[in-house]
Design a protein around this ligand. Structure first.
Ligand code: CP
Ligand code: NVA
Length: 317
């Protein structure tokens, strides 16, 4: 059943019910099969979307661009260095100007408060393409990929190994809580999420009655036991380049290599990574290239899921 998400912002998955997220995944699958069959009917004809980037991007930028064009919309890439963003003009003024010209705005950048401010003033849907705190469009692609490979989401054990308090750790924990997966965050004590964040996600799991659970384990071998999905991300995120050496020292025992991949005790465990990957740090080449690594299915799914978010919030459905 189609749910009405028209005119909604997409800032974090916390703002969406389990049913709404499941609807976005169903819509993604539908749009994906229509594209494969070359049977698309443009659902965003005449729309214009602004894509603001403070940070670099390959997947997110290309996913928004191709998805918009597939659906008959015009995407406009706006690098922060090319526009008066946050330097010569207040964010709320840029938001009001772009809101008068565009039908939707994607923002990728540093502070989460910036995307919130854009959403507050733009008057059109704002989509979060990654902030220091959250990366919600990535989670839709991850969940779609898991669903395609494992047949469902509820009861799946997903172990995230690495910097468990970065935007990916935070967002996966929310996604698992909403959709009924068993989430295990695995990191040294200093890189585990704050207690309030863990409590918040446990609350989300119980309020949404998804059956999802949230657990934190510092020992990687113990954490990965029985995992259906092993997930990792870079050890230092965009903007944290000065932390490279410190993180390498802390996270080397948490590298996903063939030993840790084998320690799940299952020969069906999938490997996921949001990419870009730093091979030799968080993952070894052999795991990355393993037949059970589904990172490129996951990357492709960024496009189908981002398309669903745009179509649902500004399209003709
Ligand atoms: N996964 C992801 O967001 O990739 P980009 O940084 O290339 O957009
Ligand atoms: N945690 C990473 C995710 C990149 C998609 C970063 O923020 O750089």
């Amino acid at each position: 059943m189609a749910l009405n998400l028209h005119a909604r912002n997409f800032l974090t998955l916390k703002d969406f019910t389990t049913k709404e997220i499941e609807f976005l995944l169903d819509l993604s699958m539908d749009l994906k099969s229509k594209k494969r069959a070359r049977n698309q009917f443009p659902l965003m004809k005449g729309r214009n979307v602004a894509l603001i980037f403070e940070k670099a991007s390959t997947r997110t930028r290309c996913a928004f661009t191709v998805a918009a064009i597939d659906e008959g919309a015009h995407p406009e890439y706006l690098n922060k260095n090319d526009i008066h963003f946050g330097v010569k003009e207040d964010t709320k003024d840029t938001a009001r100007v772009l809101g008068r010209m565009f039908d939707g705005i994607q923002f990728r950048g540093f502070k989460h408060s910036t995307v919130e401010e854009l959403a507050k003033y733009a008057g059109v849907p704002v989509w979060n393409g990654l902030t220091d705190e959250y990366h919600p469009t990535q989670i839709l692609a991850d969940m779609l990929t898991i669903k395609e490979h494992l047949g469902g989401l509820r009861g799946v054990k997903l172990v995230y190994v690495g910097d468990a308090r970065n935007n990916m750790g935070n967002s996966l924990m929310i996604g698992c809580a909403k959709l009924g997966l068993h989430y295990v965050g695995c990191a040294p004590e200093s890189l585990l999420p704050a207690k309030e964040r863990i409590d918040e996600c446990r609350r989300i799991a119980s309020e949404s009655a998804s059956g999802g659970t949230i657990e934190m384990i510092t020992d990687p071998v113990e954490a990965v036991k029985g995992a259906d999905v092993l997930y990792t991300d870079v050890w230092y995120s965009m903007g944290e380049e000065d932390k490279a050496a410190e993180r390498k020292a802390l996270l080397t025992p948490y590298q996903i290599n063939m030993n840790l991949f084998g320690a799940t005790g299952k020969d069906s465990t999938l490997f996921l990574h949001c990419l870009p990957a730093y091979k030799g740090n968080e993952v070894t080449e052999d795991v990355f290239e393993h037949p059970r690594s589904v990172v490129f299915d996951e990357a492709e799914n960024r496009m189908h899921t981002i398309k669903a978010v745009m179509v649902a919030t500004i399209g003709d459905i």
